[in-house]
Ligand binder design. Structure first.
Ligand SMILES: Cc1ncc(C[n+]2csc(CCOP(=O)(O)OP(=O)(O)O)c2C)c(N)n1
Ligand SMILES: [Mg+2]
Length: 788
């Protein structure tokens, strides 16, 4: 459908205003705001300009309220400018761009207040987020929860160099497997990255690749001026020249201006009759306007391209642009961090009829009446309904999660049993759980759950082995009602899927409780995506096994050392490492509630579990014990008044700690054994309590760990032991000033039995006893563990 002239005029005026406001925001942050010496803003002005027109086309005309967008990180000022025109962003926040509580450098769901759909910043991740968000929308729809809500398109505005990020390709493959729909990726093809000009012919690689994955590809290369010029006599020759011009030269000529274009064109095709005339009849300015009229900078071309899509297959738009268009450094290869000087800005301001002191005024310098522009903005389809961010009710979590107990079992087994019981029941909680695993569903003990709840696919697909009556432990039926999403091996995809599932309450207004299972060492493979999911405040549960060196025969490549520290340091993720299954059940229950708490009160959950089967304690889980488990620690053996040593352990080394404390206890009476279920929660509680005490001077508030350790005599020693990096527990000595011997694993694992490796790395019972003796002057320990 052609774009009517009146609408076009308004859209073009607004796009010019967006370019101005975004550049002014950056300029203001650098040259005008006080106290920002040294806080130079790089990477925004040129990069933003590139997308000002495309985003104006989208936000002011194409987007519908149900669509969701991930904006290229450096186009953040464009996004904020658009929201400012809509009235969703304040002038104060724009003036404070990149400042404390100001508009964020990169669009942030949690820190910005102007309706950011998906955070971006670490390039590549926001792009993949849109793909998984679309799969999640399909999941919600297939489960009958969309009600009358229309399907949204999940749209990413992508830098061409951003496409180098491997996670995008991993996501593409996964999207293809799941029959991806309703996803648009708009590549800002400015042929520049941060450092350089991109390789020739990159668009062909993109085109082939996207088509190969079943996407529609729309190339928007020429703007209206160009298309009109191509129909003039000599136009064909001009088009051939444009098509053959190397990226670097085109960029350089855009920087140099009309005269340089003229010289090159005349030297190379000028003697070809009609084309000379085509060039000569244009002034330098007109020639530059023609040559920089690439598709991405032409409102009509972009609107037509977007509106031409009449199907729900995924679409890649390759929109040709010039980095820094309209600004003095347009096309210059060093422009990523380029900033306009005060003099350049002055000149540009005057050229746009913007009066000094009126730079922030929404419609200053535009020829249309403010009333007309306001009415147009208010009537933009995106603004048709009020709030676009949705919410969902909290799902009830039963008072207790049950499991079939066994005398000896691992926490991984326990996890499978808890989920199996949930799968057998018909609670609302169970119906909202979605599991996913990167090709380790069975080996992470999700088999029982999947057997009962099935795999998710939009179309039914029966398990062939079952239909052929070939015996198999697992039922691999796919259906729209399935609750397990089967993923390929890429851990990046797992975490971005968690990021999408874990935002469903906000995006789709329907709460999901996602659980990811994977091998603990491979958390590091997907770590940036995990961090990204937490940064967006997505809510999910990560269940990782095997962990530490307990999968001893697998060797160093399958053993994890650093993950306990990740668990402590990762913001938005409460991490736990229980030793026993009754603790695990309590933690999972707490976790499902924590995943649903509002704002800073809640978050995601990480369970570092083990495949090592341990003898389970026979005990009653009292409310006190439950609270201690979720607060992070409890006394498995309470120290006496004259205690000179305690052992604090985490997770699968419980038997070593118990044995050591038994042997030490033969000669020293009051020793204690502290079971640490969450070093993260324990440490977090301690820091929070100290801050509270400082803030509310004099009002005592003791954290859980302080209450546990404060009664110990001053010279009591602490041996800490963990199947992971010793720093994970070593900090316990700082709480009340006790000396610590911290045992753990600091080097890549060997192959061997657990006993071999625990002895080798010094986390077995004898190592604990040795550490205890080196730390305290108490009676010598008479017996050691015998070698087996
Ligand atoms: C994972 C990651 N690596 C590096 C960066 C730093 N960085 C930001 S933008 C960018 C490249 C910009 O090129 P492109 O995507 O083409 O966007 P343009 O600036 O051309 O608009 C880089 C390397 C980042 N933000 N995230
Ligand atoms: Mg680029």
């Amino acid at each position: 459908m052609p774009v009517e002239p009146a609408r076009l005029e308004l859209l073009s005026a607004l796009a010019r205003k967006v370019l101005w406001l975004s550049s002014w925001t950056i300029h203001h942050a650098n040259h005008i705001r006080p106290n920002v010496d040294g806080l130079k803003v790089g990477g925004h002005q040129a990069s933003s300009a590139s997308l000002a027109n495309i985003m104006s086309a989208l936000y002011f005309s194409v987007l519908r309220p149900e669509d969701r967008v991930a904006v290229k990180p450096h186009a953040s000022p464009v996004f904020h400018a658009i929201q400012y025109l809509f009235g969703h962003q304040t002038r104060e926040k724009l003036e404070d761009f990149r400042g404390f509580r100001g508009a964020q450098s990169y669009p942030s769901r949690t820190k910005d207040t102007d309706d950011v759909d998906f955070s971006t910043g670490s390039v590549g991740l926001g792009v993949a987020q849109t793909l998984f968000a679309s799969l999640v929308q399909d999941y919600v729809k297939a489960h009958g929860w969309m009600k009358d809500r229309p399907e949204g398109r999940m749209i990413a505005l992508v830098g061409d160099a951003e496409m180098d990020e491997g996670n995008i390709f991993e996501a593409l493959l996964e999207g293809w497997k799941h029959g991806l729909r309703n996803t648009w990726w708009v590549v800002d093809y400015n042929r520049q990255s941060l450092d350089a000009v991109v390789r020739e012919g990159l668009w062909e690689k993109f085109e082939t690749m996207f088509r190969n994955f079943g996407w529609d590809v729309v190339i928007v290369k020429y703007g209206r001026l160009m298309r009109a010029a191509f129909t003039e006599p000599g136009g064909e020759a001009l088009k051939r020249w444009i098509d053959a011009c190397p990226n670097a030269l085109y960029a350089a000529l855009c920087f140099q201006g009309g005269a340089s274009f003229r010289k090159h064109l005349q030297d190379e095709i000028g003697d070809q009759g009609a084309v000379s005339q085509l060039i000569e009849k244009r002034s330098d300015d007109e020639l530059l306007a023609l040559m920089s009229n690439l598709g991405g900078h032409d409102m009509v071309s972009m609107i037509e391209a977007f509106e031409s899509i009449d199907h729900d297959r995924p679409v890649c738009f390759i929109a040709y642009t010039i980095k820094g268009i309209g600004l003095p450094f347009q096309g210059h290869k060093d422009n990523h961090a380029g900033l306009m000087t005060v003099a350049q800005m002055e000149k540009w301001r005057a050229a746009q009829n913007i009066r000094p002191g009126h730079e922030w005024e929404k419609f200053e310098g535009l020829s249309q009446s403010p009333a007309e522009l306001e009415a147009f903005l208010a009537g933009a389809p995106l603004n048709r309904v009020g709030r676009r961010r949705l919410s969902a009710d909290v799902i009830d979590v039963p008072a207790q999660l049950v499991f079939k107990p066994a005398a000896q079992m691992s926490t991984q087994q326990g996890f499978g049993l808890v989920l199996n019981e949930l799968a057998r029941g018909d609670t609302e909680l169970a119906s909202r759980i979605v599991t996913a695993s990167p090709d380790v569903t069975v080996s992470t003990n999700l088999g029982g759950w999947v057997n009962r709840r099935g795999l998710f696919a939009r179309a039914e697909k029966a398990d062939l082995f079952r239909s052929e009556k070939i015996p198999s432990t697992f039922n691999w039926d796919f259906s729209p009602k399935g609750q397990h999403i089967e993923l390929g091996i890429a851990e990046m995809n797992l975490f971005i899927l968690m990021s999408a599932l874990g935002l469903s309450h906000s995006i789709n207004g329907e709460r999901l409780l996602p659980i990811a299972t994977l091998y603990d060492p491979f958390i590091e493979r997907g770590l940036d995506a995990l961090n990204y999911a937490c940064y967006q405040d997505a809510r999910f549960m990560v269940v990782a096994t095997p962990s530490g060196i307990t999968l001893a025969p697998e060797g160093g490549a399958h053993q994890s050392i650093a993950t306990p520290l990740i668990g402590i340091a990762q913001d938005g993720l409460a991490s736990f490492e229980p030793a026993f299954v009754d603790e695990l059940a309590v933690i999972m229950r707490w976790g499902f509630a924590h995943m649903q708490r509002e704002g800073g009160e809640g978050g995601s959950v990480y369970l570092r579990l083990s495949t090592r089967a341990l003898e389970q304690p026979q005990r009653i889980m009292t409310p006190d014990l439950e609270r201690s488990v979720t607060d992070g620690a409890y006394w498995l053996r309470k120290p006496g008044p004259n205690c000179d040593l305690i052992v604090a352990y985490t997770g699968a080394v419980a038997p070593e700690a118990i044995e050591a404390i038994g042997l030490i206890g033969e000669s020293r009476r009051d020793v204690g054994l502290l079971s640490v279920t969450s070093a993260d929660r324990l440490h977090g509680g301690w820091t929070a309590a100290r801050k509270l005490r400082r803030d509310r001077r004099g009002i005592p508030h003791l954290s859980h760990v302080e209450k546990l350790l404060a009664p110990l005599p001053r010279d009591c020693g602490i041996v800490t032991v963990i199947d992971g990096h010793p720093v994970g527990l070593g900090w316990l000595g700082s709480v009340c000033g006790h000396r610590v011997e911290a045992l753990g694993v600091e080097h890549f694992g060997q192959t061997g039995t657990i006993d071999d490796l625990y002895r080798h790395y010094g986390i077995d019972a004898n190592a604990i006893i040795d550490a205890a003796e080196s730390l305290t002057a108490g009676a010598p320990v008479r017996h050691r563990k015998m070698a087996v």
